[in-house]
Ligand binder design. Structure first.
Ligand code: AMP
Ligand code: GLY
Length: 426
């Protein structure tokens, strides 16, 4: 079988690294990919947001048997529907199901309608009504632009003044473009033990009937140590989550995972693919912060290396609706990913800096924003590389990852030094 993965980042490189282990796969492709994906797959230079161009490529390349669509924007735009319309087999939700991430208003309505635990919220498409509601509820309060906004459309407002300004930015100034045509105003949740709150990412495989959680992981969204600085696409991850246990998994399965799958079916939007639950542990139990219709980045980089089962077999079972027939197994121990970023990320940064890489020990390098220029490896994005290490526990994996990080450099490179430290006390 020949398989093509759509996307350019670290997540896609990690998916390809896992697929590479499958004895069922002859050749891998990546559209468009990066310098790392080029080492294990053939990079295809087609714009995946142009559905007509992708379909043309698919028709001209009948040797490709299976497509994996991982980024949020082609999923929201219906690329899976387009590929299926010409008879191609895919991993990823169709356009209707991808709404669970593409519209926060849809996701909140789904949770409220089906009793899935989440923060209280109200949705507005009118600035005046939203302002009245924010003033009535008071601070702290959370504002969320409805649509996709590169993970930046969420404002946690500690004061009423911040909330009023945020509302204006999203709804009147349109800082996030049309993503701000509608707004979700949400109660600010607080964590059980930690401030601002303890969060866990639960990525799941689902074929629309069966849902199987993967190992849990924790992301670090802020740019700097101690969760300071601006929100980023994610500066590092570790797996498993220290406060996770069997009892919590049972609670989450019964109150959140299965009810979400059933709710999507009841709405006539069965979800097939990877459904990502961003959860918070609160004093009132586990609650949903967000849904994503895809693998997380950089969560995938720490979850898939621990998978013992053939990933391609799982993908096919998801497509065929036979996920209940396979056993999904994981390695013991822990995994850590430290993201190395360009100086200035997530705001302004330069590209084209030459990267030098020394001894990586038994760590794995995951490429995100990299390219080859005149035969040299150079930076080509904000998040450039992920260093992934396994160990018998998070601390051991973390030590290994940071030892390897010391042997990588380019002008302006930075990373957080505290990946894998939080929630240590469980
Ligand atoms: P989202 O893009 O929905 O994941 O939101 C980004 C981040 O904002 C989350 O990871 C949380 O840290 C935080 N957040 C979102 N919604 C809430 C909420 N209702 N209460 C507290 N924190 C929140
Ligand atoms: N790591 C968060 C995300 O993929 O949305």
């Amino acid at each position: 079988m020949n398989v093509l993965v759509i996307g350019n980042g670290g997540r896609e490189h990690a998916v390809l690294q896992a697929l590479k282990k499958s004895p069922k796969i002859d050749k891998l492709y990546c559209m468009k990919g990066n310098a790392g994906t080029a080492e294990i797959a053939e990079n295809v230079n087609v714009d995946y947001m142009n559905a007509e161009a992708v379909k043309k490529f698919a028709l001209e390349n009948p040797q490709i048997d299976y497509y994996v669509v991982t980024p949020d924007d082609p999923l929201a735009a219906g690329l899976v529907d387009e590929l299926e319309s010409i008879g191609k087999r895919c991993f990823g939700p169709n356009k209707a199901a991808a709404q669970i991430e593409a519209s926060k208003a849809f996701a909140k309505e789904l949770m409220h309608k089906y009793g899935i635990p989440t923060a209280k919220s109200a949705t507005f498409d009118n600035y005046g009504d939203a302002l009245d509601y924010v003033r009535k509820e008071g601070a702290p309060i959370v504002l969320k632009a409805d649509g996709l906004a590169l993970g930046k459309g969420v404002l946690i407002c500690e004061t009423l003044k911040q909330a009023e300004e945020g509302l204006k930015e999203i709804m009147l100034d349109k800082t996030f473009g049309s993503a701000g045509n509608k707004i979700v105003v949400e109660e600010c949740m607080r964590g059980l033990k930690y401030t601002p709150g303890e969060e866990v990412s639960v990525l799941c495989f689902t074929d629309g009937n069966t849902i199987v959680p993967m190992l849990t992981s924790c992301d670090h969204k802020r740019a700097f140590d101690g969760d300071k600085g601006l929100n980023t696409g994610g500066m590092g991850t570790f797996s498993p989550c220290p406060f996770w246990n069997e009892q919590l998994e049972k609670e989450v399965y019964e109150t959140i995972l299965l009810p979400t799958v059933k709710a999507m079916n009841a709405e006539g939007k069965p979800f097939k693919g990877c459904l990502y639950f961003g959860l918070m542990r609160t004093d009132k139990g586990m609650k949903v912060v967000e849904y994503n219709s895809r693998f997380g980045d950089p969560e995938t980089q720490v979850v898939l290396p621990m998978l013992k089962t053939d990933l391609f077999e799982i993908f096919q079972a998801v497509t065929d609706g036979t996920l209940d027939k396979i056993k999904i197994e994981w390695e013991e121990g822990a995994c850590v990913c430290v993201v190395l970023a360009s100086g200035g990320y997530p705001v302004h940064y330069q590209k084209g800096k030459e990267i030098t890489i020394g001894d990586m020990g038994d760590c794995t390098l995951v490429h995100a924003g990299t390219a080859l220029k005149d035969g040299k490896l150079v930076t080509n994005g904000g998040r450039v590389l992920g260093v992934v290490a396994k160990g018998e526990n998070v601390e051991a994996a973390r030590k290994k990852a940071y030892a390897a990080v010391k042997n990588i450099s380019w002008e302006g490179m930075y990373c957080r030094s505290d990946i894998g430290v939080k929630y240590r006390e469980g």
